[in-house]
Design a protein around this ligand. Structure first.
Ligand code: ZN
Length: 676
């Protein structure tokens, strides 16, 4: 569920930074946006509060941050088997070519490499489509020849024809993740989670492993590649562990985690030890044990994610990509979520959901606002702005989950978006714009807080319903449910009463922005003629379009044409809030009863198809603003300060060079062979 918030970012990019509570020091002279290419902007983020941490915690951040950098190659290889050879070939050219670096084709090659770094591979990080190079295969050949085979090394040089095809042949590895019903999803997806295995074979393999009566079901398949031996036809797993697949990188991760354990206090020391033990054994029960310890630890100031966590990249939703993040508590900003969390039961009791599907006792909701200190793997350079882990349902039910929002990242986004002209272009009414200017950041943060802290944890299933019934519509409907919970309560007087918001204008700001985004502006991220595929985008469209349709007679939401431009406006905020409540009730019913048909109908009716004319208009207007729809980050750097062989301090600095950081990581934190 980690990823859900990645895509809340769209909302944030439209708000100004006015009134932002956190973020610390002023930006000074250094710009927030450090690189731009194609549809991407790269932003730097700062780590306010790091210098004030006690030495032991600074050291802990340092070691965990090193561990966070060591799995980068794993993600590249998971995303596609050709990724590491492609990246290394291009990096070698980039570093060694001493011919003309000013021409159009060189610039196109450089842009392509920047995109490969950003996406951790040759497929777009968001659309999953393979990149189309804007330089020719002939030019690529001439660069390789000029650099010479020796520079590449014999192995990489021998892989050249394959690398060339991977880059230039559109029919090879066309999409990283195919989710089209009816296709063999494994055969048609280019990710590297399965090798030579048909979908039906993989499903049968895991069906045979799963014990449906186990109250603590193991997440089978989470940390392995599934392979079919071409000769014998035997299907088996290659586990990602020390001594297994990806061992050279995992050994380095373990090395730094052990250093971290040395300076960590209990209970964190034992938690880290459980994680290293899991990395050594590959035992998924050990991973569960680690997760339980991790989720129970709400006292450690420094915290981290490190492992095979999210399964969004696997069409079967079983294999997890490697990711990491290091963070510490933002104590002042935590107050807001503490208040929400303390009142969790009130929110559950007063929700518009059918009483049968409410939790009698809501437990395990821990809420934090954090400052992130390092991003790695699938959190880098593009990162979620919230975390809700662990993912195993039974652990969440038994022990709860940790929900955090990452304030220094959202702050950096807001800074980077300030004054980009977006609101002026798409938002019709002055009062909406003024409210967003004033409360936009708070409204976004609060919506994310409620979504994460209360939304996902709310509700219960009917007896006999297992939770997987909604299948491929499950994640869209789950995000819809959590978003609606947030939207509904954002407009509740209770928040004013609790002192979290000064006025319900905060809700109005969010409502106007959410509807505009769901029905219109988010399409700026989709190629003309394509459907909405990503589940968070589907969820937003579903909510906005459903409310439009169901409030149509009362004109709750209205399309307005002015000077040939389309605008969507909210006319009646109270009625809209009622619609959110009504819809939440229905979505919760669908989840609780596992009503696949009703869920499918809703998603297919409201969330998938985009009006072609509107889509073209949005793209044109958005394009004219010159804003990149996707953002990612360069990491800060940490340096140990030693005296007489002892660590006396850790210094943080903020590099502002994307290319330099990527080349540095590829040199210093690259442990895997070309083929794994
Ligand atoms: Zn969510």
């Amino acid at each position: 569920m980690d990823r859900l918030s990645t895509f809340a970012i769209m909302a944030i990019t439209v708000t100004s930074a006015a009134g932002c509570a956190a973020g610390g020091d002023a930006a000074g002279e250094t710009p927030w946006i450090v690189d731009r290419f194609d549809d991407i902007k790269v932003i730097r983020y700062e780590v306010p509060g790091f210098s004030e941490l006690p030495l032991a915690e600074k050291e802990l951040v340092y070691y965990l941050a090193e561990a966070a950098k060591c799995g980068r190659d794993i993600l590249f290889d998971q995303n596609c088997e050709a990724n590491l050879p492609v990246r290394r070939t291009l990096e070698t050219i980039y570093e060694r070519y001493d011919g003309d670096r000013t021409g159009k084709e060189w610039a196109a090659m450089e842009k392509y490499l920047k995109k490969v770094w950003f996406a951790n591979g040759i497929h777009h990080h968001y659309s999953n489509d393979k990149f189309t190079p804007e330089f020719s295969a002939g030019y690529f050949d001439s660069l390789c020849e000029a650099v010479g085979d020796e520079a590449f090394g014999a192995e990489l040089a021998a892989m050249r024809p394959w690398v060339r095809e991977a880059i230039f042949n559109p029919a090879m590895y066309p999409t990283r993740l195919n989710q089209k019903a009816g296709d063999d999803l494994l055969w048609t997806s280019s990710s590297n989670y399965y090798r030579n295995v048909r979908q039906a074979e993989a499903e049968a393999f895991y069906d045979a492993m799963v014990d449906h009566s186990d109250p603590a079901p193991v997440s089978y398949g989470l940390n392995s590649q599934l392979v079919k031996d071409e000769k014998t036809g035997r299907i088996y797993e290659r586990t990602w562990k020390v001594g297994g697949m990806y061992s050279p990188a995992i050994e380095r991760i373990v090395y730094w985690l052990e250093k971290a354990a040395d300076v960590a206090a209990e209970p964190q020391k034992s938690t880290i030890n459980a994680l290293t033990n899991y990395y050594r054994t590959g035992d998924l029960r050990e991973f569960d044990r680690y997760n339980i310890m991790w989720v129970k630890d709400t006292v450690s100031n420094v915290d981290f994610v490190n492992g095979f966590i999210e399964d969004y990249g696997d069409p079967l939703g079983r294999k997890a990509s490697w990711e990491a993040n290091v963070n510490f508590m933002d104590k002042e900003a935590c107050h807001r979520t503490e208040v929400i969390s303390e009142n969790a039961q009130w929110f559950e009791d007063n929700s518009p959901v059918d009483p049968a599907y409410k939790k009698k006792v809501v437990k395990g909701v821990s809420a934090k606002v954090i400052t992130v200190g390092m991003l790695g793997g699938d959190c880098y350079p593009a990162t979620p702005i919230g975390i809700n882990l662990p993912n195993a349902d039974w652990i969440r039910k038994e022990y709860g989950s940790k929900s955090v929002t990452i304030d220094n990242i959202t702050y950096a986004y807001a800074q980077a978006a300030h004054g980009n002209g977006f609101l002026e272009e798409f938002m019709l009414r002055d009062d909406d714009r003024e409210r967003i200017d004033k409360y936009g950041k708070l409204a976004d943060d609060l919506h994310t807080d409620i979504h994460e802290c209360l939304g996902h944890g709310s509700g219960q299933l009917a007896p006999g319903v297992k939770g997987g019934e909604l299948k491929s519509y499950g994640s869209t409907l789950e995000e819809t449910r959590a978003d609606l919970f947030g939207l509904y309560y954002l407009g509740d007087e209770k928040l004013v009463e609790l002192g979290i918001i000064p006025t319900l204008d905060v809700a109005k700001a969010q409502y106007a922005e959410y509807i505009m985004n769901g029905m219109m502006t988010q399409f700026s991220r989709i190629e003309l003629g394509k459907d909405v595929e990503e589940s968070h985008m589907r969820n937003r469209k579903l909510i906005a379009e459903w409310c439009y349709e169901h409030g149509r007679e009362r004109n709750v939401i209205e399309w307005v044409k002015k000077n040939g431009k389309s605008y969507v406006v909210v006319n009646d905020f109270d009625a809209l809030r009622s619609l959110f409540g009504e819809m939440l009730r229905e979505i919760q019913r669908i989840k609780s009863e596992g009503d696949y048909e009703a869920g499918r109908e809703l998603v297919e009716t409201y969330a998938v198809k985009i009006d072609h004319e509107l889509h073209a208009e949005v793209l044109e207007r958005y394009g004219a603003l010159g804003i990149e729809p996707y953002g990612g980050f360069v990491n800060p750097e940490y340096e140990l300060v030693e005296r007489d062989g002892k660590v006396v301090d850790v210094k943080v600095s903020y590099p502002a060079d994307y290319v330099k950081q990527m080349m540095h990581y590829s040199k210093e934190y690259s442990y895997l062979p070309n083929r794994n």
